[in-house]
Design a protein around this ligand. Sequence first.
Ligand code: SF4
Length: 400
Amino acid sequence: MRPVEMPVLSTADAVETGHAGMGGWIDPADITDAALRPVAEKVAAGQRLNFDDGMALWNSRDIFTIGALANSVRQSMHGRTAYYNINRHINYTNICALSCKFCEFQRKRGEAGAYEYDLEHIYRIAGEVDAAGATEVHIVGGLHPWLPFAWYLEMLSGIKKRYPRLHLKCFTAIEIDHFSRISKLSVREVLEALREHGLGSMPGGGAEVFDDRVHDAVFKGKLRSDGWMRVHRTAHELGIKTNATILYGHVETRAQRVEHLLKLRELQDDAPGFQCIIPLSFIPDGSELGHLPGNTGLEDMKMLAISRLMLPNFPHVKAFWIMQSMKLSQVSLNFGVDDLDGTVVWYDITKREGGSGNKHQEQTVEDIRRLIVEAGYIPVERDTLYRRVIRNGGNWQVME
Ligand code: SF4
């Protein structure tokens, strides 16, 4: 991981562009697609969109109006701020008891490419992350068939003891459910134990698409939507912040995407604690669904914009550049997105370009800031909990 360098471009550069995105009120009379006019009126009035509104957005080809509507919401929530963080992903093993069809990451023990890091290796990586000035490690892996729950607790407390300032964002809902099974503890007890050992927050992976038919066709054996929701609800009740995802562009329908977002909105109303929605663009290469075409750029932009519009109770919409590409992520800042994720460095689960062999996927802080400034926004480094980071090279502190 490269040490943090002070960026060349500044907030003043963004202001000088004089560009404030496509935000602001859109006169419904100017919208060419009549089906979008009532949606625009609701957005302007701050009313929530329903299923039919979501479908009207998906069925429209007026991508610029959809983007402008999403951007008006984005701008009212965040102005011209665009967030990023300095982090590194650690995928501790790709050995997994399951074999989800969409997954090119998992291996069985002994299979070519299978790996599992030992604790010393993980501590070494965490040391590099800390020395480079990152604020977060993002730790997820396969459902390892033999590692005991105590190993995960030791991993967290070992990192925290050595590098206390690092925030540990760890484990998807399916891993939490797996820990509950292997430890014979309840989900609540598992989360409490992880928190005692250093867990700071949870990522949002594993949500896929909340539909049992799709689930059984593509993710059979994996935690179903009710289980995913139960884990996140419990985390929120314990005060643990989490994120949410939707994996789109495989066998699901657009209606199922809208329903997925509505279920997330409902859970956030009932048990608040989601920080952001991260729409993950399905990349078929290397998976059992490799015959599928994957998403186009317009589909990606619509998914991000519609997420912003359907989820007004989610503070943030993140473009995960590994999935959407850095160039589209830059454009997405004008389609409802306010967060470009982080430097990442190594990501073993998916690689969009250049095949699946090289998993080194790193953006420099300078590049992320340049892309944000060029799009007319003000780059703000955040920590995992969206507090502003005041940085001087590798030294940093958060603004409470
Ligand atoms: S998606 Fe997760 S649970 Fe499914 S096979 Fe891949 S690593 Fe295992």
